[in-house]
Ligand binder design. Sequence first.
Ligand code: URA
Ligand code: SF4
Length: 219
Amino acid sequence: MTTRAPEDAYTAEPFVPEGARGLPTLRRAAADCRGCPLHRDATQTVFGAGTAHARVMLVGEQPGDQEDRQGKPFVGPAGKLLDRALAEAGIDPGEAYVTNAVKHFKFTQAEPRKRRIHKAPTLREMTACGPWLAAELAVVEPELIVILGATAGKALLGSSFRVGEARGALLEREVHGRPEKLVATVHPSSVLRARDDADRKAAYEGLVSDLKVAARALS
Ligand code: URA
Ligand code: SF4
């Protein structure tokens, strides 16, 4: 007899409330999710933030160190850069619903008290967490989804998604059984990781240019 569920049984599904659901109900339920092992080492579930009436939903990868501590998405350095890029593109960050494909912080740590280093979630973890994203989409029903990077793209459009191929164009695809409009761009963290100032500037301008496509789709 095994004492642990097989890895491919990882899923948030049993934790997602059925029937009439609003964001507060979902957020409360997600706080207790044990759908995959990522809840064990993280501080807390970082559920999406923003109004249920948002016209645009931004989807990132997973919470980072700051998000894990504060319990809110995109409040660290990547979030600051994203807010600046959104404002420059003409999207009011206050009118957006912001969330992540995976809702617990995954990291490695050389020793206790050392810096926690972000680790990319596996496809299995993204799939496990998918029911939360589907539930958020069903409640918010955004007019447009902005995909921030490869993880969000794979979570929403499947594992063959490539951000380099998809970015900067208005896409119309079926997501969790509903027709959606989407615009993909790079993850804001990739701008922060650029090698030098020239690369960073080019990456940032690329991000803003993709977000302008999103802004036009919303106008
Ligand atoms: N990166 C993400 O993808 N999401 C966050 O919430 C923060 C950083
Ligand atoms: Fe649940 Fe997602 Fe956290 Fe895994 S990462 S425990 S599926 S909320």
